[in-house]
Design a protein around this ligand. Structure first.
Ligand code: AP5
Ligand code: MG
Length: 217
């Protein structure tokens, strides 16, 4: 059975960073709903146009749109055979129920749900210094993980930018949405016994080691 993981946590806690390590070291396929939306916006698609207003305001894109978009991603053979790490999805109970149904139809299940946890002031500091590659989505931090050359992606050489939803006011809104709409997803998974809570305040490697400890089933 492939290892199918879900990473849940507030904005800026390090979901994308940890998903990158899990992908690199365990050979999992990284499926990040936020990255998919940003790709659609960059490509100027109808889906991107629908999603952009919600993202700019720090609100969730409606469930029907998000579920439809993510369901189509589970059909790739690579994701189904290697296992995947979901980053940013599900973030409502309706999305979690839809995910379970979709995976059941495909003959697989979520193996573990890793909850990355850190107080609001820690994640705000992380997001304020984040720089993201416009081209490949690689993530840096001006203090804790600076690129070799300022403003330039180490991986592909493209320009690094501050995400448009990383303004202080929007960060606060995203945090509020996490606490009200995504926290119940943790309760949903706690009932299944699959939830593993990880202190996200350590270094990137410390957090990775703790998270990996929870994968030994
Ligand atoms: P999404 O892209 O998923 O954003 P998010 O959940 O707000 O999370 P971030 O990507 O901002 O943070 P992260 O946890 O990945 O942290 P990172 O690793 O980058 O969603 C964006 C929007 O899309 C949503 O607001 C919504 O509108 C929409 N959307 C997406 N999915 C949706 C869904 N399912 N339903 C509805 N709408 C949806 O790290 C942050 C920074 O910290 C980086 O600079 C990094 O270098 C640094 N860092 C990471 N770990 C550490 C560490 N241990 N120590 C020090 N620094 C660290
Ligand atoms: Mg992310």
């Amino acid at each position: 059975m492939p290892i199918n993981l879900v990473l849940i946590g507030p904005p800026g806690v390090g979901k994308g960073t940890q998903a990158g390590l899990l992908t690199e070291r365990l050979g999992l396929v990284h499926l990040a709903s936020g990255d998919v939306f940003r790709g659609e916006i960059a490509a100027g698609t109808d889906l991107g146009r629908v999603a952009s207003g919600y993202i700019e305001r720090g609100e969730l894109v409606p469930d029907d749109v998000t579920i439809g978009m993510m369901e189509s991603r589970f059909t790739t053979l690579e994701a189904m055979t290697s296992g995947f790490v979901l980053d940013g999805f599900p973030r409502t109970v309706a999305q979690a129920v839809a995910l379970d149904a979709r995976l059941e139809a495909l003959g697989t299940v979520v193996a573990r749900v890793v909850s990355l946890e850190a107080p609001d002031d820690v994640v705000v500091a992380r997001l304020s210094g984040r720089r993201t590659c416009l081209n490949c989505g690689a993530v840096f931090h001006i203090e804790t993980m600076p690129p070799k050359q300022e403003g330039v992606c180490d991986d592909c050489g493209s320009k690094l930018v501050t995400r448009t939803d990383d303004k202080e006011e929007t960060i606060r809104q995203r945090l509020a949405v996490f606490h009200t709409q995504t926290q119940p997803v943790l309760d949903y998974y706690a009932e299944t016994g699959k939830l593993f809570r990880v202190d996200g305040r350590g270094t990137i490697e410390e957090v990775y080691r703790t998270a990996i400890g929870g994968l030994r089933v």
